[in-house]
Structure formats: structure tokens, C-alpha cells
Design a protein around this ligand. Structure first.
Ligand SMILES: [Zn+2]
Ligand SMILES: [Zn+2]
Length: 114
């Protein structure tokens, strides 16, 4: 489970549509959240799967977590895995790989922890 910055973001990220399995095909889906990269994007409904990365929440204005995309590739490389050629481990398909990073604890606060 990922805690998003606010309820509005939470509901937009978790849009469930009966008609479209693919969020990129669904006009109701505005925000795509990549768990493995911790990236939020505005979905561009051009028939493809493009989205525009956003740094701030459009609803509450809070700064969103930094993208972990570079770290993701770096961590795979550190393990000798080629993201394009090799099979990517299951924990790298979602946010679990972040828990395995040793130097991540004690940095900054989590928003909304009260
Ligand atoms: Zn928000
Ligand atoms: Zn839909």
C-alpha cells in the first residue's frame, strides 16, 4: 500500500473502471502512478501510453515524492541485472524493492503521519 498525499489523489490513482482494463484507454483515468518508480503522471489520452510526470499534487498542492526511476536502474545494475535483457525480479515490479535499500531509513518524514 502506498499512502498518497490526499484523498483526491488517492481516488484518482485508484480509479477502477469496468469498461477499460487499461487505464490509458479510459477517459476517466487522469493520473497514473508507477509504484516501482514512485512517479505520478498525467495520462495523455493520445491512444498511447504516454504521461507527463508531475511534481506537485494538482489537488492539495503538496510536493510529491521524488522519482526513484534512476535509483531503480542503478539498483538493478548493482545486482548485475539488465533491465532490458534480463528478467526483472518480482520485487522490482512494484514498491517492494524500495524496502530492500539499506540507506533509506531515517530520511525525512512521511507526509500525513500524525
Ligand atoms: Zn494531494
Ligand atoms: Zn473507463
Amino acid at each position: 500500500m502506498t499512502n498518497h498525499c490526499c484523498e483526491a489523489m488517492d481516488s484518482h490513482v485508484n480509479v477502477r473502471c469496468r469498461e477499460h482494463n487499461d487505464i490509458y484507454a479510459c477517459p476517466d483515468a487522469l493520473i497514473g502512478f508507477s509504484t516501482k518508480f514512485q512517479e505520478y503522471g498525467l495520462i495523455v489520452h493520445d491512444g498511447g501510453t504516454s504521461s507527463i510526470i508531475i511534481e506537485f499534487c494538482p489537488w492539495c498542492g503538496r510536493r510529491l515524492p521524488d522519482s526513484q526511476r534512476d535509483t531503480w536502474y542503478a539498483e538493478l545494475r548493482r545486482r548485475g541485472i539488465d533491465a532490458w535483457e534480463d528478467e526483472v525480479p518480482a520485487e522490482f515490479q512494484d514498491a517492494r524493492w524500495l524496502d530492500s535499500l539499506p540507506h533509506r531509513h531515517g530520511t525525512g518524514g512521511t507526509p500525513g503521519s500524525s
